[in-house]
Design a protein around this ligand. Sequence first.
Ligand code: WT7
Length: 657
Amino acid sequence: MVSEATIESILQEKRLFDPPAEFSQQAHIKSQAEYEQLFERAKADPEKFWAELAEQELDWFQPWDTVLDWQPPFAQWFVNGKINISYNCLDRHLTTWRRNKAALIWEGEPGDSRTLTYAQLHREVCQAANVLKQLGVKKGDVVGIYMPMIPEAAIAMLACARIGAPHTVVFGGFSAEALRDRLVDGKAKLVITADGGWRKDAIVPLKEQVDKAIANEAAPSVENVLVVRRTAQEIAMQSGRDHWWHECLKQASADCPAEPMDSEDMLFILYTSGSTGKPKGVVHTTGGYNLYTHITTKWVFDLRDTDVYWCTADVGWITGHSYIVYGPLSNGATTLMYEGAPRPSNPGCFWDVIEKYGVTVFYTAPTAIRAFIKMGDQLPKARNLSSLRLLGTVGEPINPESWVWYQQVIGGGRCPVVDTWWQTETGGHMITPLPGAVPTKPGSATRPFPGILADVVDLEGNAVEDNQGGYLAVRYPWPGMMRTVFGDPDRFRRTYWEHIPPKDGKYVYFAGDGARKDKEGYFWIMGRVDDVINVAGHRLGTMEIESALVSHPAVAEAAVVGKPDEVKGSDVVAFVTLEGTYTPSDDLIKELKKHVSQEIGAIARPGEIRFSDALPKTRSGKIMRRLLRSLAAGEEVTGDTSTLEDMGVLDKLRQGG
Ligand code: WT7
């Protein structure tokens, strides 16, 4: 959620940062003219543009016969092409000097570390793939992955991809209930997890959550559980069902050729929040996703072989999929994975990691940057960050002041900053600077990636005028786009492609974000326009949190809104009415917060719960969230309240219920 103050500062932003000359000279895309040329070429003939890249950049077992088959809103890319993303991320580098190059550098929270070369990573992926096969996983079977940030998370994903078993990674911070919903929806046959993982000086008991999620046949499709030993505390192992990863791998052959997959075979499902209570299973397929993550990684992070590239996301989110695992490895890069998060025992741990490994490209979220600003400049200034040459941000709008701090204090004024706008649904970066080519404006994600026909439109799909607010939309398919909602193609059609009604057979992708475009064609993203709130870069559906709240016996009705938060971007505020026999109390607030953590995960825990006798509704019974948002933010309630059924409710809410 973008606060009024941020919007004000964004609207007044005039600064322009040119790419540093020495950066541009060596960059993949070296000048604005080159960017414009690429952009125009892609726009004139998108299929030709993507086909040339697919041929140059990837290894195919069999060429495609049609670049794009577009039956709106369903797209197929590189039809009948045969490819395997694990092959492109591993095997093809083994025949080059990269064989013994570091593919994955890992740093654990307690300070342990591990480096895997391409040859070593390939070997473990092959072994893990063979273990999956032995446990009965076949091409097309879905595998759940619920892991800490350890190399085995990436190994598990690549092993699945190798044998054509779509993975569904569930963020380790989600609760057993949320995990179960996803395993059930995806009909996962096997789950890969760990005994635990380190997070903020404590152990997250992942295996215990898996046990809870699948107990009593609650997720009947799950036949086996593979458990990585990470924290070595006592855990229950159910014989016949649970297997130790290290024991299985020890016996497994390292010979496992990559399965030739159809370009449109499903690579993974990743659940994300939308406007309704049920998370959507976003489906990505093989060939188009491989190309799109490959080329965006290459051009946006300007990767070269000497880079040490670090993205701080978790593999449980799309950023981890596209920009820790698939994009960087497909490019033969060195990707760094860190298990920890800044924590009281080491608030400067990120800067330690940069110094220790000589990180050159660093990609993180605005919420982290704002937290660092609060901690003060002395932490980063006490470390040597001179290895950095490029900085990136993702997840939410960045306010210009944070952008400038990032550029100055972390980047020492010499590193370009790429503010990348994209979504789980888009697979990869959509609006972003190419760092050697596009001058940046703090707070703007700048311009579309070549081949992306982004626009700011009204609800009829007409482009709005420069500097007018509107909805962010995309007018043509791209290879990395999601293909459908798992098991619900109709929801895919309705949510993304019919929100703006198609005209003359032309479909427009509706992103769910508000935006404006300035005279130079720069995009300024204003945040979600639907019932999604972005808390510390995590995407949450208000309806999901409301469902979790009303599943508690004390709660009659709940309405959840976002409230601007200096560090997290937004925080969750819940307005709750109670069942007759319950009375408001601090204990009940605590209990309800805990209940939401248990139902969804700690990331969804409301920062604030307010009780009230009634919620403000229209005469047709719709909760007036706009009013609640103003109340939560402590703002004057302005605008039209004439549809409010009971004006008295508003006064009561203002007085605190
Ligand atoms: C939503 C997508 C894609 C990676 C992480 C989030 C917001 C993302 C930016 C940015 C402004 C951004 C949007 C978008 N968002 N990046 N650079 N500037 N807003 O993926 O969980 O699918 O969330 O995150 O609101 O719709 P996600």
